[in-house]
Design a protein around this ligand. Sequence first.
Ligand code: ZN
Ligand code: ZN
Length: 268
Amino acid sequence: MFIDYHTHHARCGHAVGELEEYVKKGIEIGLAQIGLSDHMPLLHVDPATYLPEMAMPMEELPRYVEECLALKEKYKGQIDVRVGLEGDYIEGCEEQIERIVKAYPWDYVIGSVHFLGEWDITDFRQTAGWEGKNKLAVYEQYYDAVMKAAATGFYDYIGHIDVIKRFGFKPDEDVTHLENAALEAVKKHGLAIELNASGLRTPVKEMFPSRRMLDYAYELGIPLTIGSDAHQPERLGQYLEEARAALKEVGYTQLATFNCRKIMLIDF
Ligand SMILES: [Zn+2]
Ligand SMILES: [Zn+2]
């Protein structure tokens, strides 16, 4: 069974294509389920003065959910549309995040750390943020945020759990203990993770997470789903064949799917 649980669309400003184009593409490439998971609106920085094209404006959120639900209905029988949100974890914004998580009938909410303070470590326009920083300290701050995200109870799974490596900035020191602690927090709080194949098209040229982390996730018994993180309809399902092959090598035989925030494992 083929699924893709991580997708974006034009509303966020840095993706192209309407939601329906992704759904139609999903049918075309034979997906049984497509998860729509656009970015949560910005909460802790002012969209008017921050860099443009980061996420949908807050007033779009209800329309996004309505459109997702309409597509779920419209394409019933052809593809299973799951309504999701890539919810940022931002320390200090827990109340606002919780309000959004509770306000809509999500099938799933991804917990992703993009921001360390006002710095979006996943934004190619902001790589200068690394200049003059102690890389190990940045990694520590990042994984600390991931562990806090896991503990909130807001999310169903952690997105691209080692995305901090995205632009190839890595400390000289070993960070295995940080990665393992993050996975142990995921396990402790009963969450899943995703294998996000989009890492292959970023400077680090490696999926999120690494093979080593996948092995440890498997050892811990952490459920896992997969996603392309497509920001263009053509990229839906991209590298997911490689992702599934990697998972089979690790030992995974099932993938996590989400319906009304309940996890269900399916064979793949
Ligand atoms: Zn995005
Ligand atoms: Zn993300």
